[in-house]
Design a protein around this ligand. Structure first.
Ligand SMILES: Cc1cc2nc3c(=O)[nH]c(=O)nc-3n(C[C@H](O)[C@H](O)[C@H](O)COP(=O)(O)OP(=O)(O)OC[C@H]3O[C@@H](n4cnc5c(N)ncnc54)[C@H](O)[C@@H]3O)c2cc1C
Length: 402
């Protein structure tokens, strides 16, 4: 477990873990019973406390007020924050803002830094990322209908998006749109454009109900219709036609962030499972942990969590040392493997709790609902398995093209 466990990480992790347990766990009951809005004022106070502890923006470089950690170092922090549903939010490294900050830092102009990145890093606004469309398979990221057509100094954007996480209440969206339909490579047809959500024609249609919940703030997912939506051409992020490349730059580190957040969830679920197994009596003096089936769940969960963590840290280290493209297979491996571990560990923890596991009296059911999506977002399991098998089979002389 020592990959990336540097002196710097060892220095800050105990502080972060203590903060999460002492300051954030007590908010869970209100969050689960009354929703995100009910805890938001308190979360804002906690954010100020995190700034005062100099732990704000752990995923970002120091020039914008971040901690300047490597991806592998941040992975450990992401695990510690993942033990609470609001950990990443309080430290300002929650999806989708975290990845938007990273691509803005890498590709934005000086003017875009001032206008879009810095308000995000200061935690003054929220943002979203609109790529997936209802009419096209999200699994094929180069197939979309949204267009951005040049007119004078502007782009006119038309299209239909959904599953735009955190769009409701966001200050701006990064919108993927086709700007170069004639480009020879299908990977060079789309661009990413920064669209303030108060731009006329950026129409928020609804928050999509998922597993019975609409979600609030960064926990919501929206359907958006862009109609004759005009933004200045200087709102393009990076080069025209570079949308797919920037999306890949975004998704690599983003998958590491998510996977280690899931390890945090797994550790919390594992702890709750073991506590329940140690205290729930089937008969006087005979606790659940005495049953072989429950012992299997404990042992299998421990093995799977440890294995997943090592795989994720290995992938993160490869990204740090050799770059994202070199680690493409490792990233696909962890994306489907860790998502599967998450589902299994949560399911076993709920089963151990019996009916209580399905209630909102414990945090397990919240994660069970919210994280079913982990097998889709940032690429469905099957797409990542395809990437891995395609690479493996190349060594056996089989060229799988699609
Ligand atoms: C919680 C959540 C948050 C999200 N947030 C965002 C966001 O902020 N912005 C955004 O743009 N999008 C977002 N998405 C959308 C997400 O990126 C897509 O759901 C994902 O890319 C899959 O696309 P799809 O849902 O259209 O499924 P489809 O592409 O229609 O695929 C359906 C199923 O087909 C199977 N399949 C697909 N390809 C293959 C293959 N090659 N081989 C075998 N089987 C295959 C898989 O089982 C897959 O689940 C979010 C999704 C969820 C669930």
């Amino acid at each position: 477990m020592q990959i990336g466990f540097t002196n710097r990480v060892q220095g800050i992790l105990p502080q972060i873990r203590e903060f999460v347990q002492q300051e954030l766990y007590p908010l869970e009951s209100t969050l689960l019973q009354k929703g995100f809005g009910a805890v938001l004022p308190t979360l804002r106070e906690k954010r100020e406390a995190v700034k005062a502890m100099n732990l704000w923006l752990p995923h970002m470089p120091t020039d914008v007020g971040g901690l300047g950690l490597s991806l592998t170092e941040f992975a450990h922090v992401s695990e510690a924050l993942g033990c609470s549903p609001v950990g990443h939010y309080v430290f300002n490294c929650q999806a989708p803002d975290a990845s938007n900050m990273e691509i803005l830092h890498k590709f934005a102009t000086a003017e875009q830094h001032e206008r879009f990145l810095l308000p995000l890093t200061r935690g003054e606004v929220r943002s979203c990322f609109a790529m997936t469309e209802p009419e096209h398979a999200g699994s094929n990221p180069v197939w979309m209908s949204t267009t951005a057509v040049k007119e004078g100094d502007s782009y006119i954007i038309d299209g239909h998006k959904w599953f735009t996480t955190a769009a409701d209440g966001a200050a701006f969206s990064v919108v993927m749109a086709v700007t170069n339909p004639e480009a020879e490579s299908r990977h060079q047809r789309a661009s990413q454009i920064l669209v303030p959500t108060d731009t006329p024609g950026f129409n928020h249609l609804r928050r999509i109900k998922i597993m019975g919940e609409e979600g609030e703030d960064h926990l919501s997912h929206s359907e958006i219709r862009l109609e004759n939506c005009r933004v200045p051409q200087e709102n393009i992020l990076g080069e025209e036609g570079a949308g797919f490349t920037i999306a890949q730059e975004r998704l690599g580190p983003g998958r590491i962030h998510h996977c280690m957040r899931w390890i945090g969830i797994c550790e919390r679920a594992f702890d709750l499972m073991c506590q329940r197994a140690a205290t729930r009596e089937l008969a006087p003096g005979r606790v659940l942990a005495t049953r072989q089936t429950v012992q299997n769940w404990i042992a299998e969960s421990r093995a799977e969590i440890n294995a997943a963590r090592l795989m994720i840290l290995d992938a993160a280290e490869k990204v740090d040392n050799e770059g994202m493209y070199a680690a493409r297979v490792e990233i696909s491996l962890i994306k489907f493997y860790a998502a599967g571990v998450l589902q299994r560990v949560l399911d076993r923890a709920i089963q151990t709790h019996g009916a209580l596991g399905m209630t909102d009296d414990v945090v397990l059911s919240f994660w069970y609902r919210h994280e079913r999506g982990s097998r889709f977002y940032d690429g469905a399991d099957e797409v990542h398995k395809h990437v891995v098998a395609r690479r493996v089979m190349r060594d056996y002389g089989v060229n799988i093209t699609h």
